[in-house]
Design a protein around this ligand. Sequence first.
Ligand code: GLN
Length: 285
Amino acid sequence: MSSIRERLAQDAAAVRQALALEQDEARSEVQALLQAELGVSRAYLLAHPERVLTEQELSRYQASLQRRLQGEPLAYILGEREFYGLNFKVTPATLIPRPDTELLVELALARISSAGARVLDLGTGSGAIALSIAHGRPDVEVMAVDASEAALSVAQENAGRLRIRNASFVLGDWFAALGGMRFDLIVSNPPYIAANDRHLAQGDLRFEPACALASGADGLHDIRHIISEAGAHLAAGGWLMLEHGYDHAAQVRALLREAGFNNIHSDKDLAGIERVSGGQLHGSA
Ligand code: GLN
């Protein structure tokens, strides 16, 4: 027989050891797997440590636990991840939304001044950024683009689940499908890891789509492309905001300057690292 108390104690220790996690983190991952299997809240787990899992619950839970012990990301096993207070479906076709990316959403929401503004999210993946903006500002129109049909269908499903009606979805490679469309704000969390970065062979990144992570020898291939094309798709005074790598801020600001942007600045993520840089096209200096 296996009680919640026993599973938590034994399995958190196993997860901690297999994945080199902190104790609290390992425990909260096991709690998340138990919650998903039993369909209960964290409070329920804490209140009913003596509750015994049925055979069926136990075998399904153990299958999930094994996947996690093999290194598969928790978000893919659970099939969802919370981002900006919303629950997003995620699959191996989409990057797993990171807490750091909430900074880009906050900056975007702060930048939108008028109702009816047109916002573009390039490389939307699960739709985390586009749908968080659309949810926060039901009075603006958000267009979400992705080159992956599988990712785009996850984003569309998330819009349905979250009952978001002011977002539309376009299949295409960055700006390629957008013709002469112009926007007041363009945001993106593009791939930005250098192709030979050893982090790509570690942790969750091993299971995430390479096309959402790696971008040429210096990690800036896609960012260069987006910055060079953005001018043709921004309305006068429009803003471009990009998430980028921990050591990219100065280079991204230089690229924005060369492309004619004004009011260029970078903002720091939760770890105090410059993580988002942006600028305004034809803004007043
Ligand atoms: N921030 C992610 C990481 O370092 C990378 C996401 C990206 O390339 N856009 O794990």
